[in-house]
Design a protein around this ligand. Structure first.
Ligand code: ZN
Length: 232
C-alpha cells in the first residue's frame, strides 16, 4: 500500500483521508475492537478498476458472509493503514463502509469520543448537512501517492444500519464528517479527484532531502488520475 512518511504525519494528519502511518495501525491493533480473529486482509483495488465507478447495491442480507466482509474490511483498513474504507475498494459492490479515527492522545484531545471509535455503516445516507463547507486535503487508498483539496460539509447527520441491520444515526463533524463523505462517495462511484479543486502528487523522498522536511511538491505536474477521469 502507500506508507505515509512518518515525518509527514504530524503536520497534515488531520486532513488526510484513509491514509495513516504504521504507528497508528500498530496502536489501533493494541486496542480491543469488536472484530473476529479469522479476518483477512483483502486487496485494495486501484483507480483503473471499474468497480470504483459503479453504484454499489444496498445491503439486504446481514448473515455470515456479510459479517466476514465487515471483519475483512476492518482488518484491511487497519492494515493499509487507513481511517476509512468502502466495500467497492475491496472489489465488493455493496453499500457498506467502515471508519475509524486514530485514538492517540492528540486525536482524543481534538475529537473526543469520536477518536478510536469504530463505525460500520450499511446503506448510509446523509439526512442533514451543514451549509458550511470547509476545504481540506484528502487522499485515497485506491489512488496512492496523490492528494487533493476538496470542499466538504463541516457537519453531517447520517442514517444507516449497523452490521446487524439495526438502524443507527451518526452525527459527525470536522475530520470525521469528511471521512464519512469521502467513503459514502465511493458507494456512488464518486472519487475525491472528481470533486477536488486541485490534485497533486507526493514526490518520492529523495536522498538529498534534509531530515524532517516534507517531500511533497504542490507544483507537481498534472496528475494522471485527474486527467484520466476528467470527462467522467
Ligand atoms: Zn477513497
Amino acid at each position: 500500500m502507500w506508507p505515509l512518511p512518518f515525518h509527514f504525519l504530524p503536520r497534515k494528519r488531520h486532513f488526510c483521508i484513509e491514509n495513516l502511518s504504521k504507528f497508528a495501525y500498530n496502536e489501533a491493533h493494541s486496542r480491543s475492537l469488536d472484530i473476529q480473529t479469522n479476518m483477512a486482509i483483502r486487496t485494495i483495488v486501484q483507480l483503473d478498476n471499474p468497480i470504483l465507478r459503479r453504484k454499489a447495491i444496498r445491503v439486504t442480507d446481514f448473515g455470515d458472509k456479510f459479517q466476514k466482509l465487515v471483519d475483512d474490511m476492518i482488518e484491511t483498513m487497519l492494515d493499509a493503514p487507513g481511517v476509512g474504507l468502502a466495500a467497492p475498494q475491496i472489489n465488493i459492490s455493496q453499500r457498506v463502509i467502515v471508519v475509524r479515527l486514530p485514538d492517540d492522545d492528540e486525536s482524543k484531545a481534538e475529537y473526543g469520543d469520536q477518536a478510536g471509535r469504530l463505525y460500520v455503516l450499511a446503506n448510509p445516507e446523509i439526512v442533514k448537512a451543514s451549509k458550511e463547507k470547509i476545504e481540506g486535503v484528502e487522499a485515497c487508498l485506491s489512488i496512492p501517492g496523490y492528494f487533493g483539496k476538496v470542499d466538504r460539509h463541516q457537519g453531517v447527520l447520517i442514517k444507516g444500519l449497523d452490521r446487524h441491520g439495526k438502524p443507527v444515526r451518526v452525527k459527525a463533524t470536522a475530520w470525521l464528517a469528511r471521512v464519512f463523505q469521502h467513503e459514502m462517495d465511493h458507494l456512488d462511484g464518486r472519487l475525491y479527484i472528481d470533486l477536488a479543486s486541485e490534485v497533486w502528487r507526493e514526490k518520492p523522498k529523495s536522498e538529498g532531502d534534509p531530515p524532517g522536511e516534507s517531500s511533497d511538491d504542490s507544483s507537481a505536474e498534472t496528475p494522471a488520475p485527474a486527467e484520466k477521469h476528467a470527462g467522467d
